[in-house]
Design a protein around this ligand. Structure first.
Ligand code: HEM
Length: 191
Protein backbone atom coordinates (compact mmCIF):
# COMPACT_ATOMS: atom_id res chain seq x y z
CA UNK A 1 0.00 0.00 0.00
CA UNK A 2 2.87 2.40 0.75
CA UNK A 3 4.37 1.77 -2.70
CA UNK A 4 0.94 2.20 -4.29
CA UNK A 5 0.34 5.51 -2.57
CA UNK A 6 3.76 6.76 -3.53
CA UNK A 7 3.23 5.82 -7.23
CA UNK A 8 -0.28 7.28 -7.23
CA UNK A 9 0.99 10.54 -5.71
CA UNK A 10 3.55 11.23 -8.42
CA UNK A 11 3.20 14.77 -9.71
CA UNK A 12 3.00 13.66 -13.32
CA UNK A 13 0.12 11.24 -12.85
CA UNK A 14 -1.62 13.79 -10.61
CA UNK A 15 -1.42 16.43 -13.35
CA UNK A 16 -2.61 13.95 -15.97
CA UNK A 17 -5.50 12.78 -13.81
CA UNK A 18 -6.31 16.31 -12.70
CA UNK A 19 -6.92 17.60 -16.22
CA UNK A 20 -3.83 19.83 -16.39
CA UNK A 21 -2.29 18.09 -19.41
CA UNK A 22 -3.76 16.97 -22.74
CA UNK A 23 -4.35 13.85 -24.84
CA UNK A 24 -0.94 14.23 -26.48
CA UNK A 25 0.63 13.90 -23.04
CA UNK A 26 -1.55 10.88 -22.35
CA UNK A 27 -0.26 9.37 -25.62
CA UNK A 28 3.32 10.03 -24.51
CA UNK A 29 2.61 8.21 -21.25
CA UNK A 30 0.94 5.30 -23.09
CA UNK A 31 3.86 5.03 -25.53
CA UNK A 32 6.16 4.28 -22.59
CA UNK A 33 3.98 1.32 -21.61
CA UNK A 34 4.45 -0.29 -25.04
CA UNK A 35 7.96 -1.74 -24.46
CA UNK A 36 6.95 -2.72 -20.93
CA UNK A 37 4.02 -4.85 -22.12
CA UNK A 38 5.97 -6.32 -25.03
CA UNK A 39 8.57 -7.52 -22.51
CA UNK A 40 5.93 -8.70 -20.02
CA UNK A 41 4.04 -10.60 -22.72
CA UNK A 42 7.10 -12.24 -24.31
CA UNK A 43 7.12 -14.99 -21.69
CA UNK A 44 5.54 -18.21 -22.91
CA UNK A 45 6.26 -20.87 -20.33
CA UNK A 46 3.73 -23.73 -20.56
CA UNK A 47 4.54 -24.83 -17.01
CA UNK A 48 3.44 -21.48 -15.51
CA UNK A 49 0.13 -21.54 -13.61
CA UNK A 50 -2.76 -20.93 -16.03
CA UNK A 51 -3.69 -17.54 -14.57
CA UNK A 52 -0.26 -16.24 -15.61
CA UNK A 53 -0.89 -17.35 -19.18
CA UNK A 54 -4.28 -15.69 -19.68
CA UNK A 55 -4.01 -13.99 -23.08
CA UNK A 56 -7.14 -11.92 -22.36
CA UNK A 57 -4.90 -9.74 -20.22
CA UNK A 58 -2.44 -8.93 -22.99
CA UNK A 59 -2.23 -5.20 -23.72
CA UNK A 60 0.42 -4.73 -26.44
CA UNK A 61 -2.02 -4.75 -29.35
CA UNK A 62 -4.43 -2.40 -27.53
CA UNK A 63 -1.62 0.07 -26.81
CA UNK A 64 -0.61 0.21 -30.48
CA UNK A 65 -4.20 0.64 -31.68
CA UNK A 66 -4.93 3.33 -29.05
CA UNK A 67 -1.85 5.29 -30.10
CA UNK A 68 -2.97 5.18 -33.72
CA UNK A 69 -6.51 6.23 -32.71
CA UNK A 70 -5.00 9.07 -30.68
CA UNK A 71 -3.47 10.38 -33.91
CA UNK A 72 0.06 9.02 -33.63
CA UNK A 73 0.62 6.36 -36.31
CA UNK A 74 4.28 7.43 -36.02
CA UNK A 75 4.33 6.86 -32.25
CA UNK A 76 7.44 4.68 -32.31
CA UNK A 77 9.58 7.54 -33.62
CA UNK A 78 7.52 10.37 -32.18
CA UNK A 79 7.92 9.21 -28.57
CA UNK A 80 11.41 7.83 -27.96
CA UNK A 81 11.80 5.18 -25.27
CA UNK A 82 12.91 6.91 -22.06
CA UNK A 83 15.85 5.51 -20.09
CA UNK A 84 13.53 4.60 -17.20
CA UNK A 85 11.28 2.68 -19.60
CA UNK A 86 14.24 0.88 -21.16
CA UNK A 87 15.45 -0.08 -17.67
CA UNK A 88 12.00 -1.44 -16.76
CA UNK A 89 11.78 -3.48 -19.98
CA UNK A 90 15.33 -4.78 -19.50
CA UNK A 91 14.47 -5.89 -15.98
CA UNK A 92 11.40 -7.71 -17.31
CA UNK A 93 13.53 -9.51 -19.89
CA UNK A 94 15.72 -10.84 -17.06
CA UNK A 95 12.69 -11.80 -14.97
CA UNK A 96 11.19 -13.68 -17.91
CA UNK A 97 13.83 -16.38 -17.53
CA UNK A 98 13.26 -16.76 -13.80
CA UNK A 99 10.83 -18.70 -11.63
CA UNK A 100 7.17 -17.84 -12.19
CA UNK A 101 6.82 -16.43 -8.68
CA UNK A 102 9.23 -13.62 -9.63
CA UNK A 103 7.48 -13.00 -12.95
CA UNK A 104 4.16 -13.00 -11.07
CA UNK A 105 5.20 -9.88 -9.13
CA UNK A 106 5.33 -7.92 -12.37
CA UNK A 107 2.29 -9.57 -13.92
CA UNK A 108 0.24 -8.74 -10.80
CA UNK A 109 1.47 -5.15 -10.51
CA UNK A 110 0.59 -4.21 -14.08
CA UNK A 111 -2.55 -6.19 -14.84
CA UNK A 112 -4.32 -5.89 -11.50
CA UNK A 113 -3.47 -2.19 -11.59
CA UNK A 114 -4.98 -1.89 -15.06
CA UNK A 115 -8.09 -3.72 -13.88
CA UNK A 116 -8.35 -1.38 -10.85
CA UNK A 117 -7.05 2.19 -10.99
CA UNK A 118 -6.72 1.85 -14.77
CA UNK A 119 -10.48 2.02 -14.99
CA UNK A 120 -10.37 5.37 -13.17
CA UNK A 121 -7.65 6.63 -15.52
CA UNK A 122 -9.90 5.82 -18.51
CA UNK A 123 -12.80 7.74 -16.95
CA UNK A 124 -10.57 10.77 -16.30
CA UNK A 125 -9.12 10.77 -19.83
CA UNK A 126 -12.66 10.96 -21.18
CA UNK A 127 -13.84 13.52 -18.65
CA UNK A 128 -10.91 15.93 -18.98
CA UNK A 129 -9.69 15.40 -22.52
CA UNK A 130 -12.63 13.86 -24.39
CA UNK A 131 -10.87 10.55 -25.08
CA UNK A 132 -13.11 8.17 -27.04
CA UNK A 133 -13.65 4.43 -26.59
CA UNK A 134 -11.48 3.64 -29.59
CA UNK A 135 -8.62 5.50 -27.90
CA UNK A 136 -9.07 3.61 -24.63
CA UNK A 137 -8.88 -0.06 -25.62
CA UNK A 138 -6.06 -0.41 -23.14
CA UNK A 139 -8.63 -0.46 -20.33
CA UNK A 140 -11.09 -2.78 -22.11
CA UNK A 141 -10.34 -6.42 -21.45
CA UNK A 142 -12.27 -8.40 -24.05
CA UNK A 143 -13.61 -11.54 -22.43
CA UNK A 144 -13.28 -10.17 -18.87
CA UNK A 145 -16.65 -8.56 -18.31
CA UNK A 146 -16.38 -8.24 -14.56
CA UNK A 147 -13.00 -7.07 -13.25
CA UNK A 148 -13.93 -7.41 -9.57
CA UNK A 149 -14.54 -11.21 -9.51
CA UNK A 150 -11.62 -11.67 -11.92
CA UNK A 151 -9.29 -9.88 -9.49
CA UNK A 152 -10.68 -11.87 -6.56
CA UNK A 153 -10.03 -15.13 -8.35
CA UNK A 154 -6.54 -13.99 -9.37
CA UNK A 155 -5.68 -13.21 -5.74
CA UNK A 156 -7.07 -16.57 -4.61
CA UNK A 157 -4.84 -18.30 -7.12
CA UNK A 158 -1.82 -16.46 -5.75
CA UNK A 159 -2.79 -17.54 -2.26
CA UNK A 160 -3.10 -21.16 -3.40
CA UNK A 161 0.45 -21.31 -4.77
CA UNK A 162 2.79 -23.44 -2.76
CA UNK A 163 5.80 -21.21 -2.40
CA UNK A 164 8.66 -21.51 0.04
CA UNK A 165 9.15 -18.67 2.56
CA UNK A 166 12.15 -17.56 0.48
CA UNK A 167 10.02 -17.43 -2.68
CA UNK A 168 7.35 -15.47 -0.78
CA UNK A 169 9.93 -12.93 0.37
CA UNK A 170 11.33 -12.61 -3.11
CA UNK A 171 7.83 -12.18 -4.56
CA UNK A 172 7.12 -9.30 -2.19
CA UNK A 173 10.49 -7.66 -2.78
CA UNK A 174 10.01 -7.98 -6.51
CA UNK A 175 6.54 -6.40 -6.31
CA UNK A 176 8.06 -3.42 -4.52
CA UNK A 177 10.60 -3.27 -7.31
CA UNK A 178 7.80 -3.28 -9.88
CA UNK A 179 6.22 -0.23 -8.22
CA UNK A 180 9.59 1.54 -8.16
CA UNK A 181 10.14 0.85 -11.84
CA UNK A 182 6.72 2.33 -12.61
CA UNK A 183 7.35 5.34 -10.40
CA UNK A 184 10.65 5.97 -12.20
CA UNK A 185 8.81 6.10 -15.54
CA UNK A 186 6.40 8.71 -14.09
CA UNK A 187 9.34 10.73 -12.80
CA UNK A 188 11.02 10.60 -16.20
CA UNK A 189 7.81 11.65 -17.96
CA UNK A 190 7.45 14.58 -15.60
CA UNK A 191 11.08 15.70 -15.83
C1 HEM B 1 -3.68 7.47 -11.00
C2 HEM B 1 -3.08 6.55 -10.39
C3 HEM B 1 -3.76 5.42 -9.70
C4 HEM B 1 -5.01 5.31 -9.18
C5 HEM B 1 -6.10 6.35 -9.15
C6 HEM B 1 -5.13 3.98 -8.65
C7 HEM B 1 -6.24 3.49 -8.01
C8 HEM B 1 -6.42 2.20 -7.61
C9 HEM B 1 -7.62 1.65 -7.02
C10 HEM B 1 -8.89 2.44 -6.74
C11 HEM B 1 -7.42 0.36 -6.78
C12 HEM B 1 -8.44 -0.62 -6.23
C13 HEM B 1 -8.20 -1.10 -4.87
C14 HEM B 1 -9.22 -2.17 -4.54
O1 HEM B 1 -9.52 -3.03 -5.39
O2 HEM B 1 -9.71 -2.15 -3.42
C15 HEM B 1 -6.09 0.06 -7.21
C16 HEM B 1 -5.51 -1.18 -7.15
C17 HEM B 1 -4.28 -1.50 -7.67
N1 HEM B 1 -3.38 -0.63 -8.21
FE1 HEM B 1 -3.63 1.34 -8.49
N2 HEM B 1 -3.97 3.30 -8.86
C18 HEM B 1 -3.11 4.14 -9.51
C19 HEM B 1 -1.82 3.88 -9.89
C20 HEM B 1 -1.25 2.63 -9.85
C21 HEM B 1 0.08 2.33 -10.31
C22 HEM B 1 1.05 3.31 -10.93
C23 HEM B 1 0.27 1.00 -10.10
C24 HEM B 1 1.48 0.17 -10.42
C25 HEM B 1 1.95 0.08 -11.62
C26 HEM B 1 -0.94 0.46 -9.51
C27 HEM B 1 -1.14 -0.84 -9.17
C28 HEM B 1 -2.27 -1.33 -8.57
C29 HEM B 1 -2.48 -2.73 -8.26
C30 HEM B 1 -1.51 -3.87 -8.51
C31 HEM B 1 -3.74 -2.84 -7.69
C32 HEM B 1 -4.44 -4.10 -7.25
C33 HEM B 1 -4.38 -4.35 -5.78
C34 HEM B 1 -5.08 -5.66 -5.52
O3 HEM B 1 -6.28 -5.75 -5.81
O4 HEM B 1 -4.42 -6.62 -5.09
N3 HEM B 1 -1.82 1.48 -9.36
N4 HEM B 1 -5.50 1.19 -7.72
Amino acid sequence: MAEHKSAENKTYIGSLMGGELDLGEYARYLSQLAPVYVALEARANPSDPAFLRDARLHRSAAIASDLIALGYPDWRTRFPVLDATAAYAAHLAVVSDQHYSIYLAHHYTRYLGDLSGGQIIATMMTRHYGATDEQLNFYQFAGIDKPVPYKRSYREQIDALELTPEQDDRLIAETRRAYELNAAVFDALGA
